[in-house]
Design a protein around this ligand. Structure first.
Ligand SMILES: C[S@@+](CC[C@H](N)C(=O)[O-])C[C@H]1O[C@@H](n2cnc3c(N)ncnc32)[C@H](O)[C@@H]1O
Length: 205
């Protein structure tokens, strides 16, 4: 891992993920989490302060130690167990099958090299009654915007830490064996290839 990925990118990610729009969406969805929570791509911990008192423990998975250091400074005020796993979510996670009440994934399925593998781990870890909360950007339905996403993707991936602009998030989630039970899609303010947003809930199918 080079200097840019280790020392510069984590700060860019932290800054980019902290704005009025992302804060509004986090505040709408993260409080729906309950019980034992697996947060995949916990990043700099921007969701941590938003977990409600219904959450007993958050297990945050992320391969970036630098982001994990930032997340440790955003621990929630109230007593809630937060633990970190420094690994890729594509690798087998050291959690029992059907042990998590909630899996949370925000603006991360775009960056995981093999999102299907990571979603399989999330599905394995989630209880049959559990909820997957997702908040992601991805492929736009408008052909003109999608064409730009395909065009920009190779360069974007290189400068934005492996982030893909053109993944159809609800399709990925369904292919992994989840049933999407709530889905809202729209453009956030900003350049359309980067801002088409998928937010919602899914359960094991
Ligand atoms: C754009 S950031 C979003 C961070 C955080 N979820 C948020 O909402 O602010 C993408 C995150 O995905 C993480 N990531 C990339 N590849 C991953 C993988 N294979 N497994 C788990 N997390 C990964 C990155 O380290 C980074 O923290």
């Amino acid at each position: 891992m080079g200097f840019y990925s280790r020392h510069v990118l984590p700060h860019i990610i932290d800054l980019a993920m902290r704005n009025q729009e992302t804060a509004r969406l986090r505040a709408a969805w993260i409080p729906k989490a309950r019980g034992e929570v697996l947060e995949v791509g916990v990043g700099s911990g921007l969701n941590l302060p938003l977990y409600s008192s219904e959450v007993q423990r958050v297990l945050g998975v992320d391969p970036s130690l630098e982001l994990q250091r930032m997340a440790r400074k955003r621990m929630p005020e109230r007593p809630m167990k937060v633990e970190f796993l420094t690994q890729s979510a594509e690798e087998p996670l050291p959690v029992a099958d059907a042990s998590m009440d909630t899996v949370v994934v925000t603006w991360t399925l775009c960056s995981i090299r093999d999102p299907q593998k990571a979603l399989e781990q999330m599905k394995r870890a989630l209880k049959p009654s559990g909820l997957l909360i997702f908040l992601e950007h991805g492929r736009a339905p408008d052909p003109g915007v999608a064409a730009w996403q395909d065009r920009l993707n190779p360069v974007w991936k290189r400068v934005a830490g492996g982030c893909h602009l053109n993944r159809k998030i609800d399709g990925l989630i369904a292919t992994a064996g989840f049933r999407v039970i709530e889905l809202k899609t729209f453009y956030l303010p900003g350049p359309r290839p980067m801002t088409y947003t998928y937010q919602g809930l899914a359960q094991a199918a």
